[in-house]
Design a protein around this ligand. Structure first.
Ligand SMILES: Cc1ncc(C[n+]2csc(CCOP(=O)(O)OP(=O)(O)O)c2C)c(N)n1
Length: 343
């Protein structure tokens, strides 16, 4: 029995302790992103979007390892993280379609997902921006005496931004409860990693800041959760930050308009052989949690649920654009009430 269909972000997060739910959520993330691509083709979405198909194990592994009270920052490639943390499919698809049912009321769009109830700070298009913000959240938690960890998720390209180095340095000096998670999907926009980054492993940079640097198989949700568990425990003990590098791959190009023709032949096929959904499904079959052939049924049920969510989104109204200004500053009418991260 899975509860991926629940419309409560907290309930969805708590359900991730269940093995079958972990698999279901990874399938949900994949199918929501597939549906988003189709909604673009059908003319329901403006702008662009950045899919993360192939990176689902990172999202679910992180979400199941932290408390709803912890804080997360991530980038424009954040649909999967939002869904894993607990944002509903209606909340994600609705936001991308610009409807009031969306998690930011349809005012934010694809790159600005948010859910205070499960600690998801607004996602951002400025790469590297989430790292200092996570340090700030960790400092705020400490100042308020809260046992709260901040997790910042970013790409390998973002590890070349000044804010990455400043944040790791600052977090190490202050022993802040932060976990820095680099999703190394081998590409930054249209550029392969070796053209922009002189080291193969981002994790080695942790040594400069005297913190643990860990390399993880980002296709394996259990390995992601295990490494996260160690880093989160260290942060909660007051021993400071960790840099975790998740080795993963995005199946699609940088954004909707990118066919990724610059990738070497055969690279995608090699990664598809280690698909994170298949890896977990095979393990659950071997653990007798999933019946042989059960993956197909789970996929069919999840596809139906995503279709129902899409129907609800398309029935939802567009926001009143006059409302935009009410969220511009903390003192704007209503704005500070809606996005409250510090109860
Ligand atoms: C400060 C800043 N500089 C440049 C850009 C343009 N830009 C958008 S995506 C991107 C590459 C990011 O790559 P990576 O961090 O590896 O993330 P991925 O897209 O692979 O998830 C760049 C340089 C930006 N958004 N922000």
């Amino acid at each position: 029995m899975t509860i991926s269909n629940s419309n409560s972000p907290i309930a969805r997060r708590e359900a991730l302790q269940d093995r079958l739910e972990q698999l279901t959520r990874m399938i949900e993330i994949r199918f929501v992103e597939d549906r988003i691509q189709k909604l673009f083709a059908e003319g329901h979405i403006r702008g662009s979007t950045h899919l993360a198909s192939g990176q689902e194990a990172v999202s679910v592994g992180i979400a199941r390892s932290i408390d709803p009270d912890d804080i997360v920052t991530c980038t424009y490639r954040g649909h999967g993280h939002a869904l894993a943390l607990g944002v509903t499919p209606e909340g994600v698809i609705g936001e991308i379609c610009g409807r009031v049912i969306g998690c930011a009321g349809g005012l934010g769009g694809s790159m600005h997902l948010v859910e205070p109830e499960v600690g998801l700070l607004p996602t951002a298009a400025i790469i590297g921006a989430g790292l200092p913000i996570a340090c700030g959240a960790a400092m705020a938690a400490r100042a308020r005496g809260k046992d709260r960890v901040a997790v910042s998720i970013f790409g390998d390209g973002s590890a070349n931004i000044g804010a990455f180095h400043e944040s790791l340095n600052f977090a190490a000096i202050r022993k802040l409860p932060v976990v820095f998670v680099c999703e190394n999907n081998l590409y930054g926009e249209y550029t392969r990693i070796e053209l922009s980054t002189p080291v193969e492993d981002i994790a080695v940079r942790a040594a400069s800041y005297n913190m643990p640097g860990v390399i993880v198989d980002g296709q394996d949700v259990d390995k992601v959760a295990e490494a996260m568990g160690v880093a989160v425990a260290r942060a909660r003990r007051g021993e400071g930050p960790t840099l975790i590098e998740m080795k993963t791959y995005r199946y699609s190009g940088h954004s909707r308009s990118d066919p990724a023709t610059y990738r070497p032949a055969g690279e995608l096929d090699a990664w598809l052989k280690r698909d994170p959904i298949d890896i977990l499904a095979d393990r659950l079959v071997s653990e007798s949690i999933l019946a042989p052939g059960g993956l197909d049924q789970l996929k069919a049920e999840t596809r139906d649920a995503v279709e129902r969510a899409t129907g609800q989104v398309l029935d939802s109204a567009a926001p009143d654009l006059g409302e935009i200004l009410s969220h511009v500053s903390a003192s704007s009418a209503g704005g500070d009430q809606r996005w409250h991260f510090w109860p």
